[in-house]
Structures are given as C-alpha cells and as structure tokens.
Design a protein around this ligand. Structure first.
Ligand code: FE2
Ligand code: FE2
Length: 364
C-alpha cells in the first residue's frame, strides 16, 4: 500500500532520497566485465574516480561522499583555513555541493585500494573509510596516500596495518595494474595546516620555508598503468612545468585534472589554458577536466576548454583532445578514445520491439 503523509518524516524522506543514485552505479561497476586490453573508469564526483581492469583490479581515488556548506548560521572560516591563509579572507566561503551523490559507499562489495591524493577535506572522507573498515567483505582493502593522509585515516580509527604511506617514486603492483606515485602540485597544500613551524609561531606561516619533503608528505599525483593504457590523475595540481618531466618519464594516455573558475582573490583551480598546457606537457592523448562539477562557487563551463582547444590545435599541432565527462559516467578506454563529449545512456533502445499500446498509430 502506498505511504500516507502520516507515515513520512524527515528521516524517511532522507532514506528514500539519498544517495540520489541509490545503488545504481555500485551495481553497474560490479557487473562490468572490462574487455581485454581496456580499462573502465567512472567519475564519482569532484576528483573521485573508480578504476577497474580486465584482471579485476578495483580502486577508488579521492572518493568523497560528503557535502559542503549547509547552514548560514556559521559566519566565519575556522582560523588557519587554507583560503584564509592564502588571501586573508575571514568570511565563510559559499561552497555548496552541486552534484548528486552517485555512489553508495556502504554498498561497495569489491575493492582493492582506496587512494587519496592529498590532505584536503574534499579528497578524503570518514564516511568512505567507515564503509570500508566496517564491511567484512572489504577486509583486504588498503588505504594508500602520502604521510599526512595516512595520519588523517589513523585519527579516524583506520588501523595502521590497513594503510600504505607512499611518496614520489613508489610503485604498487596488483593484479594487472601498477600504481606509480609522483610529485603532486596542489600548492594550496603549502598554506594548509599542518605546516612545520607554524604552531611555534602561533599559527603564522610568515617566513616558513616549504620543503619538497613536506610537500611530498601532503600531496602526490598518481599514474595507473593498466592493460588498456595509462591514466595520469593530477587531482588538485596547479600548473607545473614538471608535467613535462612526468611526460618524458612515462607514457600517458588519459589525464584527469581539476578545472574550475577561481573566485577573485583565490588561486586554487586550473584554468582551461592550464589544462591544455598540462595535456601537451604530459604528451597525453585525452584530457578530462574534473572538480568543476562540485562547488557552487568554483563552477566553470567546460565548453571553454573545447573552444580553446579548437582554436589552438592546428597551429600547435596538438596530439590530444579533451573529453568532457559527466558525474556518474563510464569511460572505457581505448574503446571511447575518440569521444569528445559524454552523454549518459539515453535508453529506449528497445523501441518497437513490442507493439505500442495506443488508440491509433496515427498519433505516433
Ligand atoms: Fe579539491
Ligand atoms: Fe586540494
């Protein structure tokens, strides 16, 4: 029998509505049989991806299932927040989550690694950690990240033996996949606490010299080498000429990186031109912008990347093209290598396989 209004309360509404995609994507990922010499990848929102190989290796990177601001009652940022440090702001930033939750972390049944690229709170999630740690089917899952990410997981109660601290140069081999750890370039991390020496100065970062070692402990990039090709995930990296170094050291097929429209006074996200330069430097074949989906105050039109690419590709003889994705979408490479834009499956492909039930055919 259908519910009556008397049966519905706030908890029931939330349970019936959230996560918005239910277990749709969990089921799709689990059912996916990745063709030989391919990889399959899903965009889980923000920088989060799920990667699956023909040999059955499964990993998530930067899976984050939380939200942003949710009340106007708090007026100011917490002291020491990276944006407050960066530009001297105090007012709370209006970063509201803009995209639906497409995956249910508590319904994950198979996984090998849960990776984090860096310490920022939209790249690590206590809910995801809990969903993994409290699920006996996922006892095998290892949490992989730089030193400070592992410190955060440990603080949340993830046992140390479940964590792998990585630094640039490290590699992890598993089934038919290899994870290569590289320097990360989210320089916002350099003004994100903890910063060595800041506590002794009452939280002031003035004059404190960042080191490569400290950066490596906070932030890394990853390459995932699979039978279908190599994926470079730069996460929140700012533009760096070291992309050219990474492009000489490794063959890159697909690159993902953040993109967004920085509010005035902030330098945090890559612009369209940065992304094209990044893909060119890495000698990649496909570049996929991410992160622009999630925050209401960093929204950007990804069409700008396409326009700029079309303007420059002939003269600069680009060997890559952009792929504009959607959150919750699947990308199978190299099968989808020529796609420029994604559209979710549109359905109705079984039309007219059964007789329509209409009064007269002429209405159709
Ligand atoms: Fe981020
Ligand atoms: Fe970040």
């Amino acid at each position: 029998m259908a519910d009556l209004v008397q049966d519905i309360d706030r908890t029931k509404w939330i349970m019936n509505t959230f996560p918005e995609w239910g277990t749709w994507l969990n089921e799709e990922i689990e059912e996916e049989v990745v063709p030989e010499n391919h990889f399959a990848m899903w965009w889980l929102g923000n920088c989060g991806i799920w990667l699956k190989t023909p040999g059955g290796a499964n990993l998530t990177m930067d899976l984050w299932c939380f939200r942003g601001k949710n009340t106007k009652k708090v007026k100011d940022m917490v002291p020491g927040h990276q944006m407050a440090n960066m530009s001297g702001v105090r007012k709370l930033q209006p970063n509201l989550r803009n995209v639906p939750m497409v995956i249910d972390p508590f319904s994950i049944n198979e996984l090998d690694f849960c990776l984090a690229s860096h310490i920022h709170s939209d790249h690590m999630d206590i809910n995801v950690a809990a969903a993994i740690i409290n699920n006996p089917k996922l006892d095998n899952v290892k949490f992989v990240g730089p030193y400070y990410c592992v410190e955060i997981w440990k603080k949340w109660g993830v046992p140390e033996e479940r964590c792998i601290v990585v630094k640039p140069g490290d590699t992890i081999k598993h089934k038919d996949m290899e994870i290569v750890v590289l320097e990360g370039f989210d320089r916002t991390c350099l003004v994100t606490l903890p910063v060595k020496g800041a506590e002794e100065q009452g939280g002031s970062l003035k004059g404190l010299c960042p080191s490569d070692e400290e950066m490596d402990q906070k932030c890394v990039n990853y390459i995932f080498k699979t039978p279908g090709g190599n994926i470079y995930h730069g996460a929140d990296s700012h533009f760096s000429i070291q992309f050219a170094k990474h492009g000489k050291q490794h063959d890159i097929d697909v690159v993902l990186n953040n993109y967004g429209e920085n509010p005035v006074g902030i330098m945090d996200k890559m612009t369209s031109i940065d992304l094209l330069r990044m893909a060119e430097s890495l000698r990649a074949k496909v570049v996929i912008p991410v992160h622009h989906d999630v925050w209401s105050n960093f929204q950007a039109n990804a069409d700008e990347i396409l326009h700029l690419w079309r303007l420059r590709k002939d003269r600069l003889q680009y060997k890559f093209h952009p792929f504009l994705w959607e959150v919750g979408g699947k990308y199978v490479y190299p099968r989808d290598k020529d796609l420029i834009e994604y559209h979710h499956p549109r359905g109705f492909d079984d039309c007219f396989e059964h007789e329509p039930n209409v009064p007269f055919k002429c209405i159709l």
